[in-house]
Design a protein around this ligand. Structure first.
Ligand SMILES: [Zn+2]
Length: 115
């Protein structure tokens, strides 16, 4: 289904620093690479975070950042994004990770949390 406010009209990459997204309702959000990677919705990353519930709503409180193994610098390097159907973005990171599919609703959620 989808609601108007999770429909992006423009998605801009800020180099490797993150994304700016304009939404259909006129809002604009920015999401840093760090946040994007931390919120990676793939099964592997969810498991790493110990986040086993599927639709736990985000609260205003920030969880502490978990530092994962290997080069953090590489992990936070957003290398490429691409559209997945009409509803999501795929992303590839500097360490080769690319299994996270980010639905626009998730991007809107984590974007506004960091506005
Ligand atoms: Zn992941």
């Amino acid at each position: 289904m989808g609601t108007p406010n999770t429909t992006p009209t423009e998605i801009k990459r800020n180099g490797t620093a993150g994304l700016s997204i304009n939404w259909l309702d006129g809002a604009q959000t920015r999401i840093s690479s760090e946040t994007l990677r931390r919120e990676c919705p793939c099964a592997g990353c969810k498991e790493k975070r110990g986040d086993t519930s599927h639709s736990k709503p985000l609260t205003g409180k920030k969880l502490s950042l978990t530092i994962v193994e290997s080069s953090l610098e590489q992990e936070l390097q957003l290398q490429e994004i691409w559209g997945v159907g009409q509803y999501a973005l795929g992303m590839r990171w500097g360490d080769g990770h690319e299994s996270g599919i980010y639905p626009f609703s998730l991007l809107r959620e984590i974007g506004s949390a960091n506005a």
